[in-house]
Write a protein that binds this ligand. Structure first.
Ligand SMILES: C[S@@+](CC[C@H](N)C(=O)[O-])C[C@H]1O[C@@H](n2cnc3c(N)ncnc32)[C@H](O)[C@@H]1O
Ligand SMILES: Nc1nc2[nH]cc(C(=O)O)c2c(=O)[nH]1
Ligand code: SF4
Ligand SMILES: [Mg+2]
Length: 257
């Protein structure tokens, strides 16, 4: 089943390993796959109305990625910092969620986050935490990728290797955590067998249980409902949070929500 119904790796890994940003550091542009206003569906700010800015392009290839249009098959249009700031200022909320793809590989991302915060916005960054461009945000929503996220090595040999090499740089994740005002660590859990690995990553990151969220792997209400009865008690027994994916319950697995 793994990756059988998932998009294929159609572009050379090297081409997508680095950034979807412009070379001109003074006026960076970002490859943006979508922008929308929605309620935050995951983690400590669940329910908070927010502007979502989704960069396109990722240096990982999780087999289960729920936004393949920003990772496996990146799509988008280029937008400047001024255009993105205008879009945010036109919205009825000052909460911004930068996500992707992988927002931290985009050239100019530090400048974008600084400008958003200078304009008075609260900025959450959804990231797998594999690179640290020197960013400072209000909420680092770190989702370290576990062994089981790696794509099938027969179907995607190059990406399986790159993904394995890149997915868990603990030192980088620790510097990201130290630079953020607040951090939540959100694991995508596919099976209870992953708990030993999760506990080990948590102890290496040196975060406290109340910063940890266990989120089921799944993009349907049916998958979420199937996971909750076994995953929620595991989370509770360790003092972690159970993390539902409320946007899927509210809107279904639809783009722009
Ligand atoms: C699409 S990712 C973009 C940000 C970054 N690349 C990352 O992985 O954290 C946004 C969030 O969705 C989670 N996610 C992606 N696919 C998922 C799936 N099939 N089930 C549950 N969570 C998933 C990621 O772990 C992350 O927390
Ligand atoms: N409503 C809503 N909440 C979210 N929280 C994290 C998201 C993401 O894709 O990073 C996301 C998303 O795509 N939609
Ligand atoms: S790191 Fe995030 S965007 Fe990249 S493939 Fe994994 S879930 Fe998708
Ligand atoms: Mg999402």
């Amino acid at each position: 089943m793994k990756s059988a119904d998932r998009p294929v790796d159609v572009l050379p890994a090297e081409k997508l390993a680095k950034t979807p940003g412009s070379a001109d550091a003074d006026a960076p542009t970002f490859l943006i796959s979508e922008t929308f206003v929605s309620r935050q569906g995951e983690g400590s700010l669940t329910g908070q109305s927010s502007v979502f800015l989704r960069t396109s392009g990722c240096n990982l290839r999780c087999w289960f990625c729920d936004t393949p249009y920003a990772s496996w098959n990146p799509e988008g249009t280029r937008q400047t910092i001024d255009e993105l700031l205008q879009l945010v200022s036109d919205a009825d909320t000052s909460h911004v969620v930068l996500t992707g793809g992988e927002p931290l590989i985009a050239s100019g991302i530090v400048q974008l986050v600084d400008r958003l915060r200078e304009a008075g916005n609260h900025v959450t960054i959804e990231t797998a935490g594999t690179v640290d461009p020197g960013v400072r945000c209000d909420l680092l929503s770190l989702s370290p990728k576990l062994r089981a996220s790696t794509p099938d090595e027969n179907e995607h040999p190059r990406w399986a290797k790159l993904h394995e090499q890149r997915r868990l740089p603990i030192h980088t994740m620790r510097t990201l955590i130290q630079s953020a005002e607040a951090t939540q660590v959100k694991f995508v859990v596919d099976s209870a067998d992953e708990m030993t690995e999760i506990d080990d990553v948590i102890s290496q990151l040196r975060v406290s249980p109340e910063q940890v969220w266990l989120m089921p792997q799944g993009v349907s209400v049916q998958e979420l409902d199937a996971a909750k009865p076994w995953l929620e008690p595991i989370a509770q027994s360790r003092g972690y949070h159970y993390c539902d994916r409320m946007h899927i319950r509210w809107y279904g697995n639809r783009r722009g929500t």
